[in-house]
Design a protein around this ligand. Structure first.
Ligand SMILES: C[S@@+](CC[C@H](N)C(=O)[O-])C[C@H]1O[C@@H](n2cnc3c(N)ncnc32)[C@H](O)[C@@H]1O
Length: 370
């Protein structure tokens, strides 16, 4: 009963999450007298009873954390029967569908129930989820899981083909969600399920062609849908790196270059990173002075370039000689001066595409162009 109530400690029949690491956790249904083996040793269910959620639990060869089950943790460790939706997409769906306690939602397909659990937490205790799945095995498994998680009163699972048979309710839903192949063919049944006063629609598709067809169907005159928009949520990681931007050698001496930089006569902004904005009073980087024997300034070794801090607030370059230079990170040999700064570089390829989320508002009787 742990998905529908927030308990302080473990009780018999609770579904808990045994956490052994961020990529190593599993759900466990606590049954008196049972024993479960983990890589850290056995867990005797009896000794879990009364154990506080969030605390360490000692096994024979180590310890694990005993966590209260939440839709987010369930998504990370549920038994996969299909591809599932993950928390980033689920969060956007919940927000954009305007889900709240009391909402009535129609979903298809149920799949592994990852999204369903999040919807149920949001709409309970007054709302209801009608979820349609045409695979009988998945349908039965989902029904059993919702029961085990104490969620049966908030959800009904239907075994049917949503495209040919439609949703089981008409003019009753505040929101409809589709995660099926050919979602464009289910737009009409979605409209039928939504309240005549209007509601929100979302379709998740992994491919753009499906998404385009869904958008075209939603935009057809007389469909009743407006405000059609598609979002793609892509996780971005940023690699922090030191970069060197060469300063052009325009054939004048070091001190003259520095004087020019200080005075701004050399169009200093052209050697600064794009992130710099005029008026920014943060120091953003350093001028690296590559030294050669010919340097009039008497800086001795080309292996030991000196750094001059470039302070944006005072627009001055102050010589900061003694610092050692980052190993293997010298500016290009041909360049006497380089502007050095730390910046964020995006990886060449951004992984993490899950799918496209198409949202629309249902407003039957609406005649303006959408
Ligand atoms: C990708 S899974 C859904 C995963 C689900 N959103 C989740 O987060 O766990 C798609 C499911 O839709 C079901 N499905 C496909 N076409 C359907 C249809 N026409 N009617 C009902 N269910 C359908 C499939 O059997 C499958 O279980």
């Amino acid at each position: 009963m742990s998905f529908n109530v927030c308990g302080k400690s473990v009780k018999e029949n609770d579904v808990i999450i045994v956490f052994m690491g961020h990529d190593s956790m599993f759900p466990l249904s606590v049954k008196e007298g049972e024993i479960t083996q983990t890589k850290y040793g056995a867990i005797k269910h009896n000794s879990l009873l009364g154990h506080g959620y969030g605390t360490k639990f000692s096994c024979t060869k180590g310890w694990v954390y005993i966590l209260q089950a939440t839709p987010e943790l369930w998504t990370l460790c549920l038994p996969h029967r299909t591809q599932i939706l993950y928390t980033a997409d689920i969060a956007m769906i919940t927000l954009q569908l305007d889900l709240k306690p009391g909402s009535v939602v129609c979903e298809s397909g149920t799949g592994s129930g990852s999204l369903s659990h999040a919807i149920l937490r949001t709409v309970a205790p007054m709302g209801h989820l009608h979820t349609v799945e045409f695979n009988e095995g998945r349908c039965n498994k989902a029904t059993a899981e919702f029961g085990e998680h104490g969620l049966s009163q908030y959800v009904t699972v239907y075994h049917r083909d949503v495209i040919n048979e439609g949703f089981p309710v008409e003019n009753a839903a505040d929101a409809v969600f589709l995660d099926i192949p050919r979602p464009d063919e289910a737009v009409k049944v979605a409209a039928k399920a939504l309240k005549t006063t209007g509601g929100r629609f979302c379709s998740f598709s992994p491919c753009i062609e499906q998404t385009q067809r869904t958008c075209a169907t939603l935009r057809k005159p007389g469909s009743g849908f407006c405000e059609v928009e598609t979002l793609e949520l892509v996780r971005r990681s940023h690699n922090v790196k030191r970069v060197y931007i060469p300063i052009a050698d325009i054939g004048i001496g070091d001190s003259e270059v520095r004087t020019a930089l200080i005075k701004g006569e050399n169009n200093t902004s052209s050697v600064l990173p794009c992130a710099y904005e005029a008026g920014d009073d943060m120091p953003v980087g350093e001028i690296i002075i590559r030294t050669t024997p010919e340097n009039k300034d008497g800086l001795s070794s080309s292996k030991n370039p000196k750094r001059a801090k470039f302070d944006m607030s005072s627009s001055q370059i102050s010589q900061g000689g003694g610092k050692s230079y980052e190993k293997g990170k010298t500016p290009p040999a041909a360049t006497k001066y380089a502007f050095s700064t730390r910046t964020c570089i995006l990886p060449k390829e951004i992984y993490g595409h899950t799918g496209y989320l198409t949202f629309a508002t249902y407003r039957p009787g609406l005649s303006h162009k959408v």
